[in-house]
Design a protein around this ligand. Structure first.
Ligand code: CAA
Length: 258
């Protein structure tokens, strides 16, 4: 499929997706979200890919949903057509890990998109925020739900109600991002993390992702039981035999994703 608003490439076993509407600071319109969903789906079903990275430009990961495209919508437009956020949850259906590599602005839907990824690596230049309140609206793609889970209720209230931006250092302290790196090292670091993940046994990778995400959807007792069953099921894989044999024999494992 030929894309107009994103650029995709394969780097070893990593699928890289670059949001590419530079003139609009990667504002997220329906076309971009459709293309992003298609690219994610293609990488997810590609046996040669073990991890996916989504990134933007040096100036903006994404400055939010496309305000120009939304400005004239009526209630019935957005309700019936589910415009703006119609296809956003597609990202959560991806079973391989998705890393957000964020430089510059990640605002509104841009911050929400980053939070839908499995973890965020931020450049020192990154700025996160949910400024929808300044537009007379509110976050609509998970901002009021994922942000408090990531950074606490207090900070989520502060960011969503005042529209202030949080820099990379504050975002790391708050637990929103997993690491902060110099801007010129962002892609090197994100691709290295993705390559490390892609070198592991894919069944384990997918089960760990599923299990950690389950922690947000269930009770501790249910979650621990779910984890235990998945843990048991790894013993049905060839990769578990190989991984443990390799440790005992003091050699590197050769995983087959089986
Ligand atoms: N939608 C559409 N276009 C956008 C945009 C957005 N979210 N953000 C930036 N742009 C466009 C600007 O209109 C401008 O276009 P023109 O050159 O044609 O005028 C271009 O990108 C560059 O932007 P600025 O000139 O404003 O750049 P700046 O460096 O002065 O400011 C900024 C950068 C602080 C990010 C500022 O652009 C800004 O505040 N953007 C809007 C951020 C925002 O409110 N995001 C939330 C959107 S609503 C949402 O996301 C809903 C949801 O939850 C799903």
């Amino acid at each position: 499929m030929a894309y107009e608003t994103i650029i995709t490439e394969v780097n070893g076993k990593t699928g890289l997706i670059r949001l590419n509407r530079p003139k609009a600071l990667n504002a997220l319109n329906d076309q971009l979200m459709d293309e992003l969903g298609a690219a994610l789906g293609a990488f997810d079903s590609d046996d040669g890919i073990g991890c996916i990275v989504i990134t933007g430009s040096e100036k903006a990961f994404a400055a939010g949903a496309d305000i120009g495209a939304m400005a004239k919508f009526t209630y019935m437009d957005v309700f019936k057509g589910e415009y703006i956020t119609r296809n956003w949850e597609q990202i959560r259906r991806v079973r391989k890990p998705v890393i957000a590599a964020v430089a510059g602005y990640a605002l509104g839907g841009g911050c929400e998109l980053a939070m839908m990824c499995d973890f965020i690596i931020a450049a020192e230049t990154a700025k996160f925020g949910q400024p929808e309140i300044k537009l007379g609206t509110m976050p609509g793609a998970g901002g009021t739900q994922r942000l408090p889970r990531a950074v606490s209720k207090a900070k989520a209230m502060d960011l969503c109600l005042t529209a202030r931006m949080m820099d990379a250092a504050e975002a790391e302290r708050a637990g929103l991002v997993s690491r902060v790196v110099p801007a010129d090292k962002l892609m090197e670091e994100a691709l290295a993390a993705a390559a490390t993940i892609a070198s592991m046994s894919l069944p384990s990778v997918m089960m760990i992702k599923e299990s950690i995400n389950r922690a947000y959807e269930t009770t501790l007792a249910e979650g621990v039981q779910f984890e235990r069953r998945l843990f048991h099921s790894t013993f049905a894989t060839e990769d578990q035999k190989e991984g443990m044999a390799a440790f005992v024999e003091k050699r590197a494992p050769a995983f087959k994703n089986q």
